[in-house]
Design a protein around this ligand. Structure first.
Ligand SMILES: [Zn+2]
Length: 274
């Protein structure tokens, strides 16, 4: 599933191509994408909208229109966007297509169909996001004190707390495991029990792994690709994720795999003691 660095990479690539473009025609062929709204109704509303900016909040891509409305796109497991010359062939698993006024089109594909498109006005957007996502970990005002407050009193596993998008926006299975290794913290540690020093390390580690992920244009495992068809290379930088039985780069102990919060979890049993 695309996490913050993957969605941010998509945003950065698409922004110069979509900015100030008007949607001439919208086709949405999947009712799961827009439910509870009818796809034809949403498509009709999108036609004529002029794109003002492309933003991101956590794993949500925000297509902001000059009208004040915003198309909120969540790629979930397998959603992807492709930008190309208009009028191309139907792509496998194509769910929607936006034809733009410069002769290009944006095509949305989704194998497993968990992705969502939602068109909201400014007030709806605020409450939609407030209910779903916590602070942005790369925002300048995201401090270790703020992180401390998000974890305080929580009796669940640290990994589960970090996967919860309301704790922090944008982390998923890969970047949580990588951040916990960098901070030398056990994924099953109780979230609310961390020392001040441990939180400072975790805060730095989260920002570091996310920044590295963006610098490498995200991790390409299965379905993730950039809108121009290119792939990211963060998978070459993984220290623990997917590296069961390989030596830890810090201490040479074999990386372990376990299950926490229902997710496959990789960690070094020596550097990340409970
Ligand atoms: Zn180690």
């Amino acid at each position: 599933m695309p996490e913050l660095p993957e969605v941010e990479t998509i945003r950065r690539e698409l922004e110069p191509m979509l900015g100030e473009r008007t949607i001439l025609r919208a086709e949405i062929g999947d009712s799961r994408l827009t439910r509870p709204r009818a796809p034809a109704k949403l498509a009709e509303e999108l036609e004529g909208e002029r794109i003002a900016a492309l933003d991101r909040r956590g794993k949500y891509l925000l297509v902001r229109f000059e009208s004040g409305k915003t198309l909120v796109v969540h790629l979930r497991m397998t959603g992807s966007l492709r930008h190309r010359q208009a009028g191309g062939d139907l792509l496998p698993y194509e769910r929607a297509r936006l034809e733009l006024d410069d002769g290009s089109e944006l095509v949305y594909r989704d194998v497993r169909r968990f992705g969502t498109w939602c068109l909201l006005d400014a007030i709806e957007l605020e409450s939609y996001l407030a209910a779903r996502v916590g602070p942005e970990p790369l925002a300048p005002d995201f401090s270790s004190e703020l992180l401390r407050g998000r974890l305080a009193g929580r009796r669940i596993a640290l990994k589960a707390a970090l996967l919860d998008q309301r704790t922090l926006a944008g982390l998923g299975n890969i970047y949580v495991d990588e951040a916990l290794w960098a901070a030398r913290l056990h994924p099953a540690a109780t979230a609310g029990s961390l020392s001040r020093q441990a939180i400072v390390r975790l805060h730095g580690a989260i920002r570091e792994v996310l920044a590295l992920g963006i610098a490498r244009q995200g991790a390409t495992l299965r379905d993730y690709a950039l809108p121009d068809g290119e792939t990211g290379s963060m998978q070459n930088e993984f220290r623990v994720y997917g590296r069961e039985n390989e030596p830890c780069e810090r201490c040479s102990t074999s990386i372990s795999k376990t299950r926490i919060a229902g997710r496959g979890t990789w960690f070094c049993p020596r550097c990340q003691r409970r």
